[in-house]
Unconditional design. Structure first.
Length: 463
C-alpha cells in the first residue's frame, strides 16, 4: 500500500465520527479500499474490529500512516537522520529499533555530560557532513581494535601474573577498572628491570609447580622461618626423605620391627666373629699344609728332591735356572708353596709342560688376556676358573713393543684382539658376581651400574 493512499484512508476515518457514519457511502468505500490491501491472514481480525473497534482501528491507521511517512523519509538519500542511522537498518530496510534507541540515549548522555564543550548546533553540522561521519567511523574502528588489544593484554598479564592487580595498583581492583597510566607505569618498570622480571616469572612458575604437589604451606613455613634460602632445598630433601621413610615403614612390617641398636650390635658381633674365623682358617690351612708335607715326605722319591733343594741352597752361586729347578723339584716346590701368583707369560717361561700340574688355575682380569697367551697355563691345569668383565676394553698391542720407525707397525699396534674371556663365554658356564665393594662412595659406581650393568650390582661401600 502506497504512503499517499494510506494517508487518504487515515484522513477519511478521522472525518467519520459518531454512529451515523455507517449511513455514509464514503465510509464503506474507505473500508473496501483498506480491506482489499490487507493480507489474507489479517482480514478476519479486520472484520471483527469493523463492528466493535472503530477507535482502535482509527488509532492504528494513524500510527501506521506516521510509521510509513518515517520509513519513506529514511529511504530518501537526502534525509539526514537516515544517513546518520544507516548502520542500524538491516537488509530490506527494516530498522533495528532497539539499537537506534540505545544510540539516541547515548547521544543524550553525551549532550548532558559535555554540553559545555560540545554545542548542539555544532554537533548537528558535524553529523550532517558525510566525510566527518566517515572519519568518525574510522576512529570508531581504530578504537575498537585498540580496545580488543587492551583486553588481550589484560588477559596476558593475568595469565603471567597470578596477583597482577596487587602488583599494578597495590589493591584488588580489576585491570579493566584500573587507570591505564598505572598499567603503563607497571609495564615500563618491567621493561627496565627485565632480568628481575624474568626471575620473578621463573619464581612464579616454581610456585605454581609447588602448589600442584600441595607444597605451598611448606614454602610459607620456610619464608616465616630464619632459615636462609640456600638451605631451603636441603630442608625439603630432608623432609621428603623423612616422610618417604615413614611411608616405607608403614608399608613394610619388617621395617617397623627394626631396631637400630640391635642391628649395630649384630654388626659388631659379626666383625668380631669374622676376625676369629679368619684366624681359625689360617690355623687350619697351616695344619693342612703340615699334614700334606708329612704325607709327601713319606713317598720314596721325596728324598731326592729334598737333597736337590739342599744342594742348591748351600751353593755359593746359582748354577741352576728357575725352570730347571722346577723341572727337577716340581712336587717339592708345590708342597712348600701351594699357591703361585704368575702372569700367563711367566708360566710358560718358568714351568715346563711336564714339570708340574696345578689343581686349579684362576685367570683374573681375563678380558685383558689374549687367548694364545692363556694356552700355556691351561695346559698345566686340571681345572680352570676364568674371571673378567666383558664391559672392559679388549686387549691391544698399543703398549707392547712401541716402535716409531714404520707406519705399518703403528697401524698394527692399534688392532684390538679377542680376549680370552670372550672366547670362554661361548662354551663355559657363566656366573655373575653381583657384589661391588671397591667404592668408598656409591656415586663412584652408580653411573656404570645403571649404564652397563642394568642396575644389578649390589654395592657395599668400602670403609
Amino acid at each position: 500500500m502506497s504512503g499517499v493512499l494510506l494517508s487518504k484512508i487515515a484522513f477519511r476515518f478521522r472525518e467519520f465520527r459518531g454512529f451515523l457514519r455507517v449511513l455514509n457511502p464514503r465510509y464503506w468505500k474507505a473500508h473496501r479500499h483498506l480491506y482489499s490491501y490487507l493480507k489474507v491472514e489479517h482480514r478476519s481480525h479486520y472484520l471483527v474490529s469493523l463492528f466493535f473497534g472503530y477507535e482502535t482501528m482509527n488509532s492504528a491507521l494513524v500510527r501506521a500512516d506516521r510509521y510509513q511517512r518515517i520509513q519513506s523519509d529514511f529511504q530518501s538519500s537526502e534525509y539526514l537522520p537516515g544517513q546518520i542511522f544507516e548502520p542500524f537498518f538491516a537488509e530490506g530496510g527494516q530498522p533495528q529499533l532497539l539499537e537506534i534507541r540505545e544510540a539516541l540515549e547515548w547521544m543524550n548522555f553525551l549532550e548532558d555530560k559535555y554540553k559545555r564543550i560540545i554545542r548542539r548546533d555544532v554537533a548537528v553540522r558535524l553529523l550532517a557532513s558525510k566525510p566527518f561521519r566517515q572519519e568518525l567511523e574510522d576512529l570508531r574502528r581504530e578504537l575498537h581494535t585498540a580496545y580488543e588489544a587492551i583486553l588481550n593484554g589484560f588477559s596476558f598479564l593475568t595469565n603471567r601474573f597470578p596477583d597482577v592487580e596487587q602488583l599494578v595498583s597495590a589493591s584488588k581492583v580489576r585491570l579493566s577498572q584500573t587507570a591505564l597510566t598505572k598499567i603503563a607505569q607497571f609495564l615500563d618498570q618491567a621493561e627496565n628491570e627485565i632480568d628481575v622480571f624474568r626471575d620473578w616469572q621463573s619464581y612464579q612458575s616454581c610456585i605454581a609447580n609447588l602448589e600442584k604437589y600441595d607444597l605451598r604451606g611448606f614454602l610459607e613455613s620456610l619464608k616465616s622461618s630464619r632459615i636462609t634460602t640456600e638451605f631451603w632445598y636441603l630442608c625439603f630433601e630432608k623432609q621428603f626423605n623423612s616422610q618417604w621413610l615413614n611411608h616405607i615403614y608403614d608399608c613394610e612390617n619388617i621395617l617397623l620391627q627394626f631396631n637400630s641398636q640391635i642391628h649395630e650390635e649384630r654388626i659388631q658381633e659379626f666383625k668380631e666373629l669374622d676376625v676369629q674365623q679368619y684366624d681359625a682358617a689360617r690355623k687350619k690351612l697351616n695344619q693342612l699344609h703340615a699334614k700334606r708335607w708329612e704325607e709327601w715326605s713319606e713317598q720314596p722319591n721325596s728324598g731326592d728332591q729334598v737333597s736337590f733343594l739342599q744342594r742348591e741352597s748351600q751353593s755359593s752361586r746359582r748354577t741352576t735356572e728357575i725352570r730347571q729347578f722346577i723341572q727337577g723339584a716340581g712336587e717339592l716346590t708345590s708342597i712348600i708353596k701351594p699357591c703361585w701368583l704368575m702372569s700367563p707369560s711367566t708360566v710358560s717361561e718358568y714351568v715346563a709342560p711336564t714339570a708340574l700340574h696345578f689343581d686349579t688355575v684362576i685367570f683374573d682380569e681375563a678380558s685383558q688376556i689374549r687367548t694364545e697367551d692363556a694356552t700355556a697355563a691351561i695346559m698345566r691345569a686340571k681345572q680352570v676358573i676364568v674371571v673378567g668383565d666383558s664391559k672392559q676394553l679388549p686387549p691391544t698391542a698399543f703398549f707392547s713393543g712401541l716402535s716409531f720407525d714404520d707406519d705399518d707397525d703403528d697401524e698394527e699396534q692399534d688392532v684390538a684382539y679377542e680376549s680370552f674371556l670372550a672366547a670362554c663365554e661361548s662354551f663355559m658356564k657363566r656366573f655373575t658376581l653381583q657384589w661391588h665393594y671397591r667404592s668408598q662412595d656409591e656415586s663412584l659406581i652408580d653411573f656404570s651400574n645403571k649404564e652397563f650393568y642394568n642396575s644389578e650390582l649390589v654395592i657395599a661401600v668400602a670403609t
